[in-house]
Design a protein around this ligand. Structure first.
Ligand SMILES: Cc1ncc(COP(=O)(O)O)c(C=O)c1O
Length: 483
């Protein structure tokens, strides 16, 4: 009989598949390593068992103990699987930008889930690093594997991911492309592949990191982006800067477009970090000869992102382009043909985008720590009906925006005496206003959606490609609505 003793024995040995449609025009062979075929659904299964093994050996994890880890989901699933098999408790600390489906998945595996804010600086005790440290201390028998600093994580990739790629490409791999979160994957896999190919005639394997624009690895300052699980706002010990030869920044728009194409054209339903890695790999592969073999690691499945990158509404509101499918013929019994909520017809879309962009032109922003008077002055001197709160300048990453405010609302607060000019915005406005998600309209959604949202709110934030262009009120939107 052929069977595994435990689901843990099914981790690793993931297959390589050639990318065809999305790699059209590329001479090199581009192979995707499908890490979502691990039993927990991601590349992180590989490190989970290794982290627990090393903690048991060193005595840091004892029978009946509890594993506490800051994790965007995948490491939590892997660790929860191992915890289950070995009788440990599991607590996952997750940032609030992580999708609800991912948290439900962790709970399904029996983990307890703690939620922390994504917009807290990493050194703060309220960050997900700080909170996980505190919980590991407070819970009896608590142990934090610390995937960011624990050498057992890159070692797991050195011992499994790297050798599998070398074996399956028969030593022909020329380039490895991977995203880096903690850095474990690229450090361990890259280090192995470089060492094993060091004396080869064609030279060692070139290691390339694909990185979300804004992340520190590609020279950013840690500004927020939407792709989950990759990029960083600090430098973890497990990211060995000696391993990557090149780092390429990939925008959210490029990553998401490729993520959707991988599902539609290659039958690969994978997460945004996979789309990002493939976008980076194809940029690198464009100039490579036919005998080059590029292996790109696809870390997880798209199932955890159905409400985001695969949700047309979510994408459109953030100003990411959404390709529309053809509508179905009208036949009796069909409730929807697919054309009803199409927004603007394709041919009118470019013009609609332009008119919405024009409505946001001249928008201004103020920092979260500004006063009511400063916000009002900023709006008035720019001749605008509102301000964006949070970013230093516009356009900015949507994640930097804390609120959009209408100047009229600020004036009303002054008249009513509920605020003075020197009152901080944070004090003058209910927390719900500053921390509640502002109403978003993507430039591709067109004037009809803009009018609808302005009917319900005095001011909306206009977004394009995951960035906020400005705050728009009805008066500013009128020319676009008339166009
Ligand atoms: C979806 C996803 N992709 C990629 C990575 C990056 O892997 P590593 O942490 O090994 O750098 C992670 C890590 O959290 C992830 O969750």
């Amino acid at each position: 009989m052929k069977y595994a003793d435990s689901v843990l024995d099914l981790i690793g040995n993931t297959p390589l598949v050639r990318l065809n449609s999305v790699a059209e025009g590329v001479q090199a062979t581009v192979l995707a390593k499908l890490e979502y075929l691990n039993p927990g659904g991601s590349v992180k299964d590989r490190i989970a068992a290794a982290l627990v093994d090393s903690a048991e050996k060193s005595g840091r994890l004892r029978p009946g103990g509890t594993i506490v880890e800051p994790t965007s989901g995948n490491t939590g699933v892997g660790l929860a699987m191992v915890a289950q098999a070995r009788g440990y408790g599991m607590v996952c600390v997750t940032p609030d930008k992580v999708g609800e489906e991912k948290r439900d998945t962790l709970r399904a595996y029996g983990a307890r889930v703690a939620l922390v804010s994504s917009s807290v600086p990493p050194e703060s005790e309220e960050s997900y690093y700080g909170v996980s440290d505190a919980l590991a201390r407070e819970i009896e028998g608590g142990f934090k594997p610390d995937q960011f600093n624990n050498p057992a994580a890159p070692q797991a990739h050195y011992e499994t991911t790297g050798p599998e790629i070398w074996r399956d490409t028969e030593g022909k791999i020329t380039h490895l492309v991977a995203g880096a979160g903690t850095g474990g994957t690229v450090t361990g896999t890259g280090r192995y592949l470089k060492e094993v190919s060091a004396d080869r005639e064609g030279g060692p394997v070139t290691v390339i990191v694909a990185d979300p624009e804004g992340s520190v690895y590609s020279g950013g300052s840690g500004k927020p982006y939407f792709v989950e699980g990759v990029g960083e706002d600090m430098w973890p010990a497990n990211y060995d800067t000696e391993v990557p030869d090149e780092v390429h920044a990939v925008t959210d728009a490029e990553a998401f477009e490729m993520t959707r194409r991988l599902a539609k054209e290659e039958g690969l339903l994978v997460g945004g970090s996979s789309g990002m890695a493939v976008a980076g790999a194809l940029k690198a592969a464009k100039t490579l000869p036919a005998d080059a073999v590029v292996v790109v690691i696809l870390p997880d499945s798209g199932r955890g992102y159905l409400g985001k990158v695969f949700n047309d509404e979510w994408m459109a509101e953030r100003g990411f382009p959404v390709e529309r499918g053809e509508s179905l013929p009208r036949v009796p019994g069909l409730i929807a043909t697919g054309a009803e909520d199409g927004g603007t017809p394709r041919e009118a879309e470019a013009a609609a985008r332009d008119s919405l962009r024009a409505a946001a032109a001249g928008s201004v922003s103020v920092p979260s720590a500004a006063t009511v008077g400063e916000a009002l002055d900023a709006a008035e001197s720019a001749g605008r009906g509102g301000v964006v709160v949070g970013p230093e300048a516009l356009p900015a990453a949507l994640g930097e925006m804390r609120a959009v405010l209408a100047a009229d609302d600020l004036r009303r607060a002054l008249l009513a005496g509920t605020a003075e000019r020197g009152t901080l915005l944070a004090e003058a406005l209910a927390d719900a206003v500053l921390d509640g998600a502002p109403v978003l309209v993507g430039t591709g959604q067109g004037p009809r959606v803009l009018a609808e949202r302005l009917g319900e709110n005095g001011v909306v934030a206009l977004a394009e490609d995951g960035r906020v262009l400005g705050a728009v009120t009805s008066a500013e939107a009128l020319p676009a609505l008339r166009a």
